[in-house]
Design a protein around this ligand. Sequence first.
Ligand SMILES: Cc1cc2nc3c(=O)[nH]c(=O)nc-3n(C[C@H](O)[C@H](O)[C@H](O)COP(=O)(O)OP(=O)(O)OC[C@H]3O[C@@H](n4cnc5c(N)ncnc54)[C@H](O)[C@@H]3O)c2cc1C
Length: 471
Amino acid sequence: MSTDENDTAEESSASPRTRSVDVVVVGAGTSGCYAAATIANAGYDVTIVERKPAEEAGHIACGDALKGADAFPEAIPKSKIEPAFTNTEVDHGRFEIPQEDTVLDIPVPGELAVIDRWEYGRLIIEGAEEAGAELHYDTVVQDVKQDDDGTVTGIVGKHDGEVVEYDADIVIDGAGSLSLLQDKVDFSDATFDTNVSYQHFSSAYREVVEVPEPVEWSDALVFKPAEVAAGYVWYFPRTETTINAGLGFQMTEEPMKLVDDLKRDLRERPEFEGAEVVDKLGAALPTRRPYDSATAPGYMAVGDAAAHVNPTTGGGIAGAAYAGKYAGEQAAIALEAGDVSEEMLWRYNRRVMDHFGGRYASLDVYNILSTAVDVDDLMGLIASIPGEKLAEALYSGTTSFGPVLLAQTAASSYGHWSQIYEFFKIKRLADELLAHYGRYPSRPSALEGWKVERDRIMDDIYELTGADPKY
Ligand SMILES: Cc1cc2nc3c(=O)[nH]c(=O)nc-3n(C[C@H](O)[C@H](O)[C@H](O)COP(=O)(O)OP(=O)(O)OC[C@H]3O[C@@H](n4cnc5c(N)ncnc54)[C@H](O)[C@@H]3O)c2cc1C
């Protein structure tokens, strides 16, 4: 049961307003809404606390590309979010490689759509509310409450200039990239991954642009390398005439002037002549491996707050939705058992790693590679690899070449053979890493031992690529 102490207790002007709930979720993004809907569906009392006002909630910087919606968690029914799918005709990536004078059309496996992101944001909030979650807007979370034994017991925020407190058995941190909560929790008695630096993030910016005439590539997600290797420009068609245009770069690189660089690219493309910008937003997103552990007693981090993003594409909506589901299900089990220890919450980490975490960690190897190579060499190499193999590698984290394909690739890649040989050696290590994530421990006490072997594989990767250690 939710209670508001000030409804019953004598009000004191000095004491903050305190509510008690089973679970408090910070952030009404994808991860927070799916977590809250899952918990509410299980019959528990859950409140989402969101810093934005109700009118602005769900308005989040995004490329608007949604992959894998066919298999999205059902806590929020797919029929609820479908009205936001404005372009379901997109079925492939179109990689423009000006250095090689090449355009590669690459199929994208699974269901793909470009969406009206703000509408989707509003619909998932509605979905969480319909499941039974409460939404408290205009409330900026500034601190956490924590017991002497390290268990997180609630949060402290500000609403309308007033301090508000929420006591909860479990706090779910869905506050996005660089979540403030993680600066406030004392993780010294937990396995929670604190090996996080700004270089693990990308800075990204996007505009929604209306063009006068339908674009020819309205069935494709268009990608183009940025001037730095670890960055790219994108054009994703929400409709034939509404385009999400953006760019991002890994923060290991010299900062790009995002707004100016995008403007320049737009000016060079004839289809954007006479275009009108209708929305602008930028943000940081994690482009690193998922957190080794996203749990502490009474606390789980989900979505961007735990780096649940495909680090090569920057796609994070699907990871956020699934992390929300897994954390929500584990929260319900912990509440039922009356035990919110890390041991009890641990299965959440394991489910994330089994489903997509290991795959994203192995894809991060290619991100590490891209920081250590010349952009022209990399583009030459990409242009020489068959499109469907590249698609497989991008989304599954691994791919294999039969003998005929190998011969064809060898012929088309003449001039890049030494790089291809290096690439295969790197791929072998990425596969080894993926297999190691398949052995992610089933108990928190085994994490340290598991990390020793993972870090050994990472050392081999740094040695082979010549990249600076990322972690
Ligand atoms: C420019 C850009 C383009 C992208 N393009 C794509 C794409 O095309 N496809 C894709 O799948 N992914 C894309 N991503 C990634 C994707 O947007 C994220 O991975 C996804 O939104 C993560 O969801 P989340 O719920 O974890 O966090 P968010 O969506 O960031 O939600 C966090 C919420 O927490 C709230 N909040 C934060 N701090 C506080 C606080 N202190 N108190 C209260 N509330 C707080 C925020 O207001 C926000 O509502 C892109 C990201 C960026 C930046």
